[in-house]
Design a protein around this ligand. Structure first.
Ligand SMILES: O=C(O)CCC(=O)C(=O)O
Ligand SMILES: [Fe+2]
Length: 281
């Protein structure tokens, strides 16, 4: 999630360029750089736990359906800031023990078995709430998380808890098109980001080539962190709730050329004692 003024990471180092142009693990599974995996959603009742959390924190009182919570929320709490973040997303930067346990189980049983290596994973997942026609959404959010300081070796995971078809989702530019843009801008993320905001041809290229991520509730997506993606305006009558997680295979982590640091306010270090969970689960 970025805006025209976001601080964008860049590095001239050969290793960084090598990371951006390498063949990744997910790319060798699937050349679009994204792959859908199945899991048993009903074993992971995030829906109820999120509703309970928002009730405990006084945001809602009676909702029983996650996709209808907007009916009880104030416009203020649903309006997004320059980073496309609203108050409900912010409150979920910290969750509770029950959600933490569910999350660990999801990582242990659904994600780890897919990997052929140990992984480090984001300590707290990001829960996204995209409200119907929410105020402040931009049409130019195209970014990848590397622009925000994440290692290119990370993988992004995205799992919906509500119906995620059409605008109740986000969009992603397939890997070949994302790599085409990265190469066109000589792997300079600042230049690419600037072009997204200033050059209508580049923005149009993204608009024309992105796919809407449309998943069932018992599916999640793993995508290459180099793929550009964007939050979009939800034009439906339903709230979209999803979880996004970043993971990195330990072997690749151990070979990173330097410590990556987030460009955001918190300056998160992408290390197992800061951004990633530290212990075995
Ligand atoms: O879910 C969204 O709207 C955006 C997700 C995103 O930017 C991410 O997963 O990194
Ligand atoms: Fe992102």
């Amino acid at each position: 999630m970025s805006n025209a003024e976001s601080v964008i990471f860049n590095s001239d180092s050969l290793e960084f360029r090598g990371s951006l142009s390498r063949t990744s693990w997910i790319q060798s599974l699937c050349d679009t750089g994204k792959k859908v995996f199945k899991y048993n959603h009903s074993d992971y009742n995030f829906d109820k736990e999120i509703i309970d959390l928002l009730k405990d924190r006084g945001f809602i009182h009676s909702s029983v359906r996650l996709d209808k919570i907007h009916e009880e929320l104030s416009t203020d709490d649903m309006t997004v800031d320059v980073n496309q973040i609203n108050n409900i997303v912010k409150t979920c930067y910290e969750t509770n023990e029950r959600i933490g346990n569910l999350y660990h189980e999801f990582i242990r049983k659904c994600v780890k078995p897919i990997m052929d290596d140990q992984i480090y994973f984001q300590k707290t997942p990001t829960f996204r709430f995209s409200f119907p026609k929410s105020i402040g959404m931009t049409k130019r959010d195209y970014h990848n998380d590397i622009m925000l300081g994440h290692p290119p070796e990370e993988l992004n995971i995205w799992a919906p808890f509500t119906n995620s078809s059409q605008s109740k989702s986000f969009v992603i530019l397939p890997l070949d098109k994302s790599l085409y843009l990265l190469k066109k801008f000589d792997y300079n993320l600042q230049s690419l980001h600037q072009a997204i905001w200033k050059d209508n041809k580049i923005k149009q290229f993204c608009d024309d080539n992105t796919d809407i991520v449309s998943l069932d509730k018992d599916e999640f997506l793993i995508f290459d962190s180099r793929c550009l993606h964007a939050a979009i305006l939800n034009e439906s009558e339903y709230t979209r709730v999803s979880m996004d997680i970043r993971i990195i295979r330990v072997n690749e982590y151990n070979n990173l050329p330097f410590t990556y640091i987030g460009t955001g306010r918190r300056k998160a270090k992408f290390t197992p004692d800061d951004y990633y969970h530290q212990n075995e689960i």
